[in-house]
Design a protein around this ligand. Structure first.
Ligand code: ADP
Ligand code: ZN
Length: 218
């Protein structure tokens, strides 16, 4: 099961990708998470990526592709994976296709999360992330009484790029570069659209039904 989850910033793809990963036992490969990890660890890559991310710009392809390639070649991806945040432009579509050819793992399905734009900004500005278990929460959906994670009691933080100015630029980049990059998958008839305007649980139920239906058949 080699999947891509696609959608605008705030569409909930990271949240759903984590649930899919857990339920179907496939690794969740999030380029955003890997880059944030590199920044936290102050690696050479992290230092280079930081300014692009905090502006809401794309990190240069060669940097992202390098970490993606290393990750996807690991043993645990043999039975499948779910890619989140990659590809983000047409060049990355091409680069991904080359990597996957090399390891003989074609994409089976692309999940496109559909959410109206007005909803997205609200979600991004209300997002809080646990600095310990990395789970996402939202002040508009949950009543977070303290700054502690309801799951592990870790500290809840606001992501560096979840502020109004950066969010605006992330949408601009999405419209100018990322939105187009799903087209080649539509042309190959690999895309299913999922309504992302529902509860996390309902959305996941829908995705689960679709995936179980497709992947049980073969
Ligand atoms: P979101 O999809 O909500 O914007 P992500 O965690 O996927 O959040 O990405 C956050 C940021 O990480 C992006 O704005 C970008 O700077 C960087 N990034 C993640 N994936 C890529 C990628 N494939 N190519 C370039 N930059 C990326
Ligand atoms: Zn936590």
């Amino acid at each position: 099961m080699n999947l891509i989850i696609f959608g605008p910033p705030g569409s909930g793809k990271g949240t759903q990708a984590k649930k899919i990963s857990k339920y179907f036992y496939i690794p969740h490969i999030s380029t955003g998470d890997m880059l944030r990890e590199a920044i936290k660890e102050k690696t050479c890559l992290g230092k280079k990526a930081q300014k692009f991310m905090s502006n809401g710009d794309l990190v240069p392809d060669e940097l992202v592709v390098k970490i993606l390639k290393e990750r996807i070649k690991k043993e645990d991806c043999k039975t499948g994976f779910i890619l989140d945040g990659f590809p983000r432009n047409l060049e990355q579509v091409e680069l991904l296709s080359n990597i996957l050819k090399e390891i003989e793992k074609p994409i089976d399905l692309v999940i496109n999360m559909i959410v109206p734009e007005k909803e997205l900004t609200k979600r991004l500005l209300g997002r809080r992330v646990c600095s310990s278990c990395n789970k996402n929460f939202n002040i508009y959906q949950q009543s977070l009484k303290t700054f502690k994670c309801p799951v592990c009691n870790g500290e809840l933080i606001i992501r560096d790029d979840d502020n109004m100015q950066t969010v605006r630029n992330r949408f601009k980049v999405y419209k100018e570069q990322t939105e187009l990059s799903i087209q080649p998958y539509y042309e190959k008839d690999l895309v299913i659209e999922v309504d992302g305007e529902d509860t996390v649980e309902n959305i996941f139920e829908n995705i689960k039904i679709i995936l179980e239906d497709i992947f049980d058949k073969d």
